[in-house]
Design a protein around this ligand. Sequence first.
Ligand code: NDP
Length: 263
Amino acid sequence: MRLYGIFGYPITHSISPRLHNNAFHAFEIDACYGRFAIEDPDTLMHHFHALGLEGANVTIPHKEVAYAQCDEVRGVAKEIQAVNTLVKEGTKVIGYNTDAQGFYEAIRSFGPLSHALILGAGGSAKAVAIILRTYGVRVSLLNRSRERLNFFASQGFETHTWEDFTPQKYDLIINTTSAGLRDETLPCPQTLLEPILKHSSFAYDLIYNHPTPFLRLALTYGLTCKDGKEMLLHQAILAFNLFFQNRFEPLAIERAMRPIFDL
Ligand code: NDP
């Protein structure tokens, strides 16, 4: 039996085991995917090898450490400097980032976009900003403090704090902050957010377990809204295919995984 898993801390909330185990079942693959709570990031690779894993996903707070510890990093992960997928290749561990393309798959149905505004400047904002730019979308970022914006400014993105921001017209507004995850706060002051939403068409929130204050407000302005479930689903589909050298049809993997979200 082949073994896979997800590393993070905390990790009990993760639905990745259900997604991947459903796909193993659908494709009759003799494999199992588990959750591993890893507190000390320096032990990540030790655990990967000691558990005899063929592949793994990595979640908060270890994506940057995983990037630094891989034998090789491929694709867009090199720009993002974070990996969420590890694949054993011979004696090496190769790192990939499927969050970025997973996000893009999630918003593809919105159609062509010219300008997007990202709220937040953390790890997930890096994946979102870089993949949007790869697909030719102009990207601006708005964060409550300056420090984390420096990475984006150094990469040539337009960056603003709440103090120096003048709202413009954007097609898509994306919440990548954790505001609204466990509270009723908006990702930026309502006085900034309302003029932005008034002139936008689409809103996306990376948070996926409940309708956030951000999405509820966007709905009142008539925006087409989506939450983070589609991103979670698509990053898992892409990761699953990396585990198996892109052997499976993405739609077939999606058919196996999507019912988890409908339960
Ligand atoms: P980080 O901790 O790296 O970044 C958090 C960002 O949010 C920072 O820019 C921070 O601002 C800002 N922030 C935090 N709290 C507030 C607040 N109350 N008001 C305004 N800004 C705030 O987090 P990640 O980027 O790793 O993750 C962010 C969210 O995305 C999480 O909720 C996570 O669950 C979700 N996520 C979903 C995924 C999916 O597949 N759907 C994938 C990955 C993440 P500052 O710099 O000022 O501190």
